[in-house]
Write a protein that binds this ligand. Structure first.
Ligand SMILES: O=C(O)c1ccccc1NCC(=O)[C@H](O)[C@H](O)COP(=O)(O)O
Length: 224
C-alpha cells in the first residue's frame, strides 16, 4: 500500500488545489478557534465541496460535543473526523458509533511510554495520528511545528492504521520515514511560509520528498 499524505490546515481554494494537484490523499480543515488555520463553517463547507471526490476531507476538532460535531458533519460532510483533543477512549468510541465518518485520533508523544496509548485506542479509531506533545506555552494541542524523537518508532508495528505528524517538513520527512516506516504522514506548519499561510512550493516539495522516501520504506515494510 502506498504512503498516505495528509496536508492539514488548508483554508483557501487555491491551496486546496495546490495540495490535491501535488498528490495529497487527505486535506484537513481546522475547526479550532485559536488556530491561525481556523475555517468558519460556511467557508469549510465550500472548501469541502471544492475538494470532494479528489481527496479525503478531514475535519479537525478538539474536544467538541455531539451537537458541534453534528453541525460539522451536516454542513461539511467530511470523510474523517480528526479528534485532536483529550478525548478519552470511551468518547472516541461514542463518536465513531454515532457518526458515519471514519475517526482519526491524535495522540501526543514525547517519550516511549506515551506509545502505550496507541493500544488503548486501537479498537475505537480507524487511524491513530502520532503528533508531538505541544511545547510549553503553546495554546494549541497540535499544529505547533514540533517534532518528537522518531527513533522510538523503530520496530513500532501497531495493530491499527497510523500516521506520523509533528514538525515534518520537506527537508526532514525523508529521514522521518526512513526511521519510522510510517504508512502515512501529516503536515501543517512545515508547508507554510508563515503561520496559517500555506506555500505551494513547500507543499509540492513535501509530497515529492515523502513519496520518494516511501518507495524505499515500502520495500522495508514488505520485508518485515
Ligand atoms: O493546526 C492547528 O492550528 C491545530 C490546532 C489545534 C489542534 C490541532 C492543530 N493542528 C494539527 C495538525 O495540523 C497536524 O495534524 C499535526 O499537529 C502536525 O502539525 P505540524 O507540526 O504543524 O505539522
Amino acid at each position: 500500500m502506498s504512503l498516505i499524505v495528509k496536508i492539514c490546515g488548508l483554508s483557501s481554494r487555491e491551496t486546496l488545489d495546490d495540495a490535491i494537484d501535488a498528490g495529497a490523499d487527505m486535506v484537513g480543515l481546522v475547526f479550532f478557534g485559536r488556530s491561525p488555520r481556523f475555517v468558519r463553517m460556511e467557508d469549510a463547507a465550500a472548501l469541502a465541496d471544492h475538494a470532494r471526490g479528489r481527496a479525503e476531507i478531514v475535519a479537525l476538532t478538539v474536544d467538541l460535543d455531539d451537537s458541534e460535531i453534528s453541525a460539522i458533519v451536516e454542513r461539511v460532510r467530511p470523510d474523517w473526523l480528526q479528534l485532536h483533543g483529550a478525548e478519552p477512549v470511551g468518547r472516541v468510541a461514542a463518536i465513531r458509533k454515532r457518526f458515519p465518518q471514519k475517526v482519526m485520533k491524535a495522540l501526543g508523544i514525547r517519550s516511549p511510554d506515551d506509545l502505550a496509548a496507541v493500544d488503548d485506542y486501537a479498537s475505537v479509531a480507524d487511524c491513530i495520528l502520532l503528533d508531538a506533545k505541544p511545547p510549553a506555552g503553546s495554546d494549541r494541542p497540535g499544529g505547533n511545528g514540533a517534532s518528537f524523537d522518531w527513533t522510538m518508532l523503530e520496530g513500532f508495528r501497531p495493530r491499527v492504521d497510523w500516521m506520523l505528524s509533528g514538525g515534518l517538513d520537506p527537508d526532514n520527512v525523508g529521514e522521518a520515514l526512513r526511521i519510522s516506516h510510517a504508512p502515512g504522514v501529516d503536515v501543517s506548519s512545515g508547508v507554510e511560509s508563515a503561520p496559517g499561510r500555506k506555500d505551494a512550493d513547500r507543499i509540492r516539495a513535501f509530497i515529492a520528498a515523502a513519496r520518494n522516501a516511501d518507495s524505499v520504506s515500502a520495500a522495508t515494510r514488505k520485508a518485515s
